[in-house]
Design a protein around this ligand. Structure first.
Ligand code: PHE
Length: 445
């Protein structure tokens, strides 16, 4: 392999690692199983998968393309692409809103990541080893009712995130992800195996894959779509910011399919590890954000070597959360750098704002819920909608064709069509549906 080729390969690989690091996180392991539980299972999973395929994947390609073509932070990338296409400066707002959405997401993300850190310690000290299910359930409740405990772990996680971002995202984190991702995958596979043997596997699979659409509310469809954006880190510029490092001529399509497949696979495995344990231990699938923190410790508490495996698992989850949280702050920091600020003060300013918001969401559960709902279900889909419209309607087709590296052909045609029509219309329909507009219309006629 000549040198130029190896540099390109290396940077494409670096990109895949960074983007997968951003995508795979608490969204997959913590959030996906619990919202699946709350929204009735199979039908919800099916809508989520359809959203990944028809909306998430096309928007991800568009975001990477825009980042690579704009070669800058999301705001400046959008501004310069729009200027070249003779469009309005207003498109820069998409990047700006995304930056704010990133900080708002961090305000609850780091609280949950703090819980995961606390569980590393709980596991290592063997405090739930051999304990009955009720006691393990009570432990999560105790953590939630202790603001002081949550404050400490949230602050620690915020500091970790800021340190990585301050040092520069490309340094260090790539290596961590390279080792972590395969390890996390193996771990989840082992946990699914454990659940298959010791849990009620059949009931778990029925719950996750039987599609009973009568259990699907308009709001559940909105949550499924919002989660497709959240889990792939779309709609706020995280992936666009990373796209600026994507090598010049490599094709984006295959890369995105790889990332989406990994991300979806990990989420489904997390669900398949947890639900069989839920049914075997008479827990409620819809118990909410505590699902992961209750079911998995039950497994670890009964397993030989559970102290070791439990600590390692929660450490892996914490690192997966870290490689996601850095991409929540990075777009804003990159923007401030471009405006002449230095990286370290920018990081601590933005990180500090997110940290303060996190303290508020520890004290007020309603703040936590509102931030989660508003970012994932409203802001990210709107951001994604605007990016889809911008790339497919505002940029000249020829520029898009050149920049995706897809060389025309059926794959390009299919993507372009999904981005132009299906993704925007799909997002709008889901919004209208969740407002109850269709049932209102139905009642009218
Ligand atoms: N995708 C991350 C996860 O699943 C969360 C995230 C959302 C990260 C948006 C960056 C941007 O945990």
């Amino acid at each position: 392999m000549n040198q130029a080729a190896s540099i390109t390969w290396k940077s494409r690989w670096t990109f895949i690692l960074a983007a997968t690091g951003s995508a795979v996180g608490l969204g997959n392991i913590w959030k996906f199983p619990y919202i699946t539980g709350e929204n009735g299972g199979g039908a919800f999973v099916l809508v989520y998968l359809a959203c990944i395929l028809c909306i998430g994947i096309p928007v991800m390609i568009a975001e990477i393309m825009a980042g690579r073509a704009g070669r800058s932070n999301p705001i400046h990338s959008m501004l310069s692409l729009s200027r070249d296409a003779g469009g309005s400066r207003a498109w820069g707002v998409v990047g700006a809103v995304g930056m704010v959405a990133g900080l708002m997401t961090m305000m609850f993300y780091s609280v949950v990541a703090g819980w995961a850190l606390e569980y590393v310690f709980q596991s290592a000290s063997g405090s739930y080893s051999g304990a009955p299910a009720e006691e393990i359930e009570a432990h999560f409740g105790n953590l939630l009712s202790s603001d002081g405990q949550q404050f400490i772990w949230h602050s620690l996680f915020s500091l970790l995130t800021a340190s990585v971002v301050a040092a520069g995202v490309t340094r260090g984190i790539g290596k961590a992800v390279e080792i972590l991702m395969p390890l996390l995958l193996i771990f989840l596979l082992l946990l699914v195996g454990y659940s298959a043997i010791n849990g009620n596997f059949k009931a778990g699979l029925h719950f996750m894959f039987d599609t009973d659409f009568s259990r699907l509310s308009g709001n559940a469809v909105l949550i499924a779509m919002g989660h497709a954006f959240f889990t792939l880190s779309l709609g706020m510029g995280a992936i666009m910011a990373y796209g600026a490092y994507f090598p010049g001529h490599a094709s984006i399509g295959k890369t995105v399919l790889t990332i989406a497949a990994l991300d979806t696979g990990i989420a489904l495995m997390a669900g398949m590890a947890m639900f069989p344990l839920v049914f075997a231990n008479d827990l409620t699938p819809g118990q909410g954000p505590g699902l992961m923190f209750v079911t998995l410790p039950i497994a670890f508490s009964n397993m030989s070597g559970g102290v070791f495996f439990g600590s390692l698992f929660f450490a892996l989850v914490s690192i997966a959360a870290l490689s996601s949280s850095i991409s929540l702050i990075e777009p804003g920091v990159a923007w401030m750098e471009k405006r002449g600020w230095r990286r370290v003060p920018s990081t601590f300013l933005l990180g500090g704002i997110a940290w303060a918001g996190g303290v508020a969401s520890i004290h007020y559960g309603a703040v936590f819920d509102a931030l989660d709902y508003l970012t994932a279900n409203i802001m990210l889909p709107i951001g994604g909608l605007l990016i889809a419209l911008f790339v497919s309607w505002r940029l000249p087709r020829k520029v898009v064709l050149d920049e995706t590296g897809m060389k025309g052909g059926p794959a390009f045609a299919a993507w372009y069509w999904l981005l132009r029509y299906i993704a925007p219309i799909g997002i709008l329909i889901v919004f209208l549906h969740s407002l109850g507009l269709f049932s209102a219309l139905g009642a009218l006629f």
